[in-house]
Write a protein that binds this ligand. Structure first.
Ligand code: BTN
Length: 324
C-alpha cells in the first residue's frame, strides 16, 4: 500500500493521530507524513491539524475494504461474486470492467474505486468523482439473452439500489425515469448501464452506480445539475462498506430475478417511488422538447406521458420537471 492509502485508512476512524505515531506506523519520516497529509487535503479531504494532538478527519470516512464489504453481503449473493477489485484510483470503474469483459471476465465480477479520473455518466456526460468518500461501483453481468431483452433492466437496477438504500436506513428519496435516485429534486445517485453483445445473445452488461455520500461543494462545482448527498440526507456519513455490501446483494438478486421474470416483479415498486407521477414535465431528446404530464411507465419500462390529451410512450430522453 502506498503512503496516501495507508494514511487514509488510519485516519478513516475519525480520531486524532499524532505525526510521530503515524511516521512510526508507516515507517517513513515526519516530513513524508506531512507531505501525505497535504496531498490528501489537496484531493479534497478535510483534515484538522491540532498542535499536540495530531491529525484528524473532519468527518470519519470508512476506507473501502473488501473484507468488510463481504461481511455485509448475503451468503447467497456471495456465491455469485467471483471477484471484487477495490482500487484506489481508476479512470472509470465501468470502462475497467468493459475492458476485462473482452478478455473473459466472469459474470458477477465487481469493481470499486476511491476516486475516478474520468467517471462516465449517462448521455455522454462526465460523472464528477472526487476522492473522499463517495461510492463508485460497477458490476459485470452476463445474460444469455440478447440486448433486446434487457429493456427494463435500468429500471430494475434503480429498484435494487433503492432497496439497498432503504436497508442502510436512507429515507426521503425517489426515482426519476429511467433510473436516477433523487431527493427533493436533487440527484443523489446515478446508474449507467453499458451493454455489449450480439443481437441473439449473450449480452454483457456493466452496471455502474455512483452514489454521492459526502461531496464537498468546492469539488462538486463542475456538476451541471442540482445534487445532494447521503451526509445531508442522513445527517451523518453511513458505513460505505455496509452500503456496498447491501448494494451488491440486491443487484445480484435483481439480475437473477430479472433474467427469469423480466421487469414485472420490480414494476410496482418503481411506480411507488416515481418522483414525477402526475406532474408537469418535459422530455428533452437530442433535438426536441416534449411537454406533458408524467403518467408512470409501461411494462417494458418506457415512459408514459400525456401529451396534448393523448397518452404516448417514450424510450429515451432526459426528463425534468416543468416550471409552472
Ligand atoms: C448518470 O449519469 O446518472 C450515471 C452515473 C453513473 C456513475 C457511475 S460511478 C461508477 C461507474 N463508473 C463510471 O464511470 N460511471 C458509473
Amino acid at each position: 500500500m502506498k503512503i496516501l492509502e495507508q494514511l487514509f485508512s488510519i485516519l478513516g476512524d475519525g480520531r486524532f493521530h499524532s505525526g510521530e505515531r503515524l511516521s512510526q506506523q508507516l515507517q517513513v519520516s515526519r516530513s513524508s507524513v506531512w507531505n501525505g497529509i497535504e496531498k490528501l487535503k489537496a484531493m479534497g479531504l478535510e483534515i484538522y491539524a491540532v498542535k499536540g494532538q495530531g491529525y484528524k478527519l473532519a468527518e470519519p470516512v470508512e476506507p473501502l475494504s473488501k473484507e468488510r464489504i463481504l461481511q455485509s453481503m448475503t451468503p447467497q449473493a456471495k456465491l455469485h461474486l467471483p471477484h471484487m477489485d477495490v482500487h484506489w484510483s481508476l479512470d472509470s470503474t465501468n470502462r475497467y470492467l468493459m475492458e476485462l469483459a473482452k478478455y473473459g471476465a466472469q459474470s458477477g465480477h465487481a469493481c470499486l474505486a476511491e476516486i475516478q479520473t474520468a467517471g462516465r455518466g449517462r448521455r455522454g456526460r462526465a460523472w464528477i468523482s472526487p476522492f473522499g468518500g463517495n461510492i463508485y461501483l460497477s458490476q459485470l453481468w452476463r445474460f444469455p439473452a440478447g440486448p433486446a431483452m434487457l429493456g427494463g433492466l435500468s429500471l430494475a437496477t434503480a429498484v435494487a439500489v433503492a432497496r439497498a438504500l432503504n436497508q442502510a436506513g436512507v429515507q426521503g428519496f425517489a426515482l426519476k425515469w429511467p433510473n436516477d435516485i433523487v431527493s427533493a429534486g436533487k440527484k443523489l445517485a446515478g446508474i449507467l448501464l453499458e451493454i455489449s453483445g450480439e443481437a441473439m445473445g449473450p449480452a454483457t452488461v456493466v452496471c455502474g452506480i455512483g452514489i454521492n455520500v459526502l461531496l464537498k461543494t468546492e469539488l462538486a462545482r463542475d456538476i451541471d445539475q442540482p445534487w445532494t448527498d447521503l451526509y445531508h440526507l442522513m445527517g451523518a456519513v453511513p458505513s460505505r462498506n455496509r452500503l456496498v455490501g447491501l448494494l451488491l446483494s440486491e443487484l445480484i438478486n435483481m439480475y437473477i430475478e430479472f433474467e427469469a421474470k423480466g421487469l414485472e416483479p420490480f414494476l410496482a415498486e418503481w411506480q411507488r417511488l416515481d418522483a414525477y407521477y402526475g406532474k408537469p414535465v418535459e422530455l428533452a431528446g437530442n433535438d426536441n422538447l416534449i411537454r406533458g404530464i408524467a403518467r408512470g411507465v409501461d411494462s417494458h419500462g418506457a415512459l408514459k406521458m400525456e401529451v396534448g390529451g393523448a397518452l404516448r410512450t417514450f424510450y429515451s430522453g432526459e426528463l425534468s420537471l416543468r416550471p409552472v
